[in-house]
Structures are given as structure tokens and as C-alpha cells.
Design a binder for this molecule. Sequence first.
Ligand code: FES
Length: 418
Amino acid sequence: MYDRIRSRFGREHARQYAVANQTAIETVAERAADIDCDFQRRSAYTYVSDENDREDVRREVDVARSVGLSASFVEEVPTVSDAVAGVRFDDQAQFHPRKYLLGVVEELSDDGCDLFEETRVTNVQPGSPCKIETGGGTVTATDVVLASHFPILDPAGYFARMSPKRSYVLAVRTRDPQPDGMFYRSGEPYFSVRPHETEGESLVLVGGQNHKTGQGGSTADRYRALEREARRRFDVEDVVYRWSTLDYRPVDGVPFIGPVAPWRNNVYVATGFGGWGMSGGVAAGRILAEEIAGDGSEWADVFDPGRLPPLSDVKTLAAENANVAKRFAEDWVLKPRGAEASLPPGAARVVRENGIPVGEYRDDDGERHRVSAVCPHLKCVVEWNDAERTWDCPCHGSRFDYDGTVLDGPAIRDLPKE
Ligand code: FES
């Protein structure tokens, strides 16, 4: 990441990114003194398995050290056997994000802040004041931060500058000693390992099998592939929990934190953390607080949402948007044209009725649920996610429950029932 930022934006931006993230870790460490969130200091290893990538690791270490991080080049990485080289970052940390957030919420309440759950914002009108429309009424505010994962307002084309990534995690019980550190194999797909203590029990979290949302084939197969990889590496007794995640990755890898668009006063955004939101989100909180207070943030430049993609990433950006156009065209032309006679319980499919794609799902009790298969964002045709029983959009990552209820943006409306 550091070499990538340096080569695209210069060393000063790499330094800002490093300081923002390291300060975020220290902020969590300080708060963890009062919040029980299983905070533990750990070393973090990012490693490669391909001899050809060794020099990339060396460069990463050099840049990371030059911007003040405690980074070392290592040829042996504990816990993993397939590493040929890695970078070890000291003074990193792991913590339980939900326990941490619940502690933060408690502090906010003590400070007189109000928190409204289950209140969907349907529109934000910028201005002085801004007007926030919700299902239950309109709220006014001097400043608004869109921190809804994908921003619910997209005046600056964020959908074309980020790609949605799904990845999978298993919490496994093993007979091996607990890994001492956090481990991340870069590349596609990545593979990550870290220890996790829960209710007196030691588990190992393994993650990976990432793919573009709505384009990875059977998601149940992804869990099976991840379990096979976990069993190859550890003496696994059983899989205790599993879940998947959705992350948005900007084309240059750096989150967007700042004004949502130069012409939208008082509306800010924090998005595109690419899976690194536990530190990036804390950094965003501080940057936006400073900007709203009028002080400006010393780290604002590197995260500026208005930045242009560097030339080296323009090709990737074009390929990403070409992929979206291709999916749009192919799915509208090629998705099935007629309904077959039967649909077994637990299965789903897209059929064509009067030329329009319709999603059909039969639940385990045999009841059929039919929704429009046309994503309300920009009209791509959704795909069935068999592990989570959701409809996922292959273009920009919107997700909908089996009954059409919107779960993740950029779409903000449900799939209509058929
Ligand atoms: S998320 Fe953009 S078309 Fe579905």
C-alpha cells in the first residue's frame, strides 16, 4: 500500500496515510482503556508466496520505514509455510469492532448525543441548513456525514470509481497453537489468519476467497474452498462461525474522506475502505471532525474525494467500467428467456417474462418469492447469492434480501415484488 501511494501520489501522501492509520490505532488503544473490546497489540505480517514478488516487498518495507513506520523485511513468517518474503509491522492491534462501537455509543449518549436506529435516510438536500429526509420526517443539520458504506448520495460518480468486493471468513477451532500475529497474503485471492478469543475459547479467523460482488459464481462454493484451505494449513476440529463481508475498493486503493463533492457544501463522505475500515474509519472520524470544525486536517490531501485517478490507474478504471458495461449488455441479452417447470426448495433463478428479468426464489417451506431482477440503481440484472440467499448486483454491488428488500447500496430502493 505504501509503495503504491508513493509511486502514484508521492512520499508526502504516503506519510499522511501512515500517520493517519497509526494514529487511529493509538486512538483505539486509548479508548480501549475504558471500553472492554478485547484490544490486543499484535504484529501484522503481509507476505507473498511468489518469488517474483520479493522485490515488491522490499520496496514496501523501504517506503514504510521512510514514512516512519516500524516495518521489517522478513524471509520467514511464523504460522504460514508458503511465504517467501513478507513485511512485518510492529505495534499493530486487533480488537472486537462491535464491542468497541457499543462502548463509543455509550460515551456519545453520556455526552448528550442522540442516536436513531432503524431510521432510513432517503435523501439529503445540501444547504444551510441541510435537510435530511427520513421515513419518519425531515431533520435539519448544519453538517452531514454520509457514512453509509456506499454513500446514499452520489453526486460525484463514486459508483464508477470503486469496485465492490465480497470476501469470506471462517472462525475455526483447531488443535494447533494459536497464531502469534495477524497474517495477510496479498494477491488474488488474498488469505488472512488471525487469532480470536471468545468467551474463554481460542479460535482462529481465516479469511479470503474474495471476488467482485455478484460475479463469483456459487458463494457456497467459496465457503467450501476457504474451509479446504483452512484445513490444509491447520488441524481444524470444526468450523464454529462463518460470515461474509462487502467492501468497496477505490481504483487507487485509498479511501474517499472529505466533502462529497466540491459543489455540495456541508455534506461529507467516508467510504472506500477496501477492508481496512477498522483503522480507516477511526481516521475518517478525526479528519471529518477537524474539517467540520473549520480547522482543516493535516491528512486531508491523501484522502481527498475529488482527486483524479493517477495515470497508472486509468487503465484499471476503464477496465472496471468496461466490465460493468459488458455485464449489463450480456445479462440483458443472455439471461434465461423462459421459466422451467419446477424450482426446488432453497433454489433460485432469473427468468424472462415479457422480456423483463424476474428473480424467483423458493424457500425451504416451498413458498415462492418473485421480485424484479432489475437493479434500481442503473438497471443491471441481479445474481442469486446461494450462501446468503440474497440478490447481488454484478455491476456496483447493491444487495437485496430474497424478498427484494435493499441491504446494501448504491441502490436505495427495494426490488419491486412481482
Ligand atoms: S448497483 Fe449499479 S446497477 Fe446495480
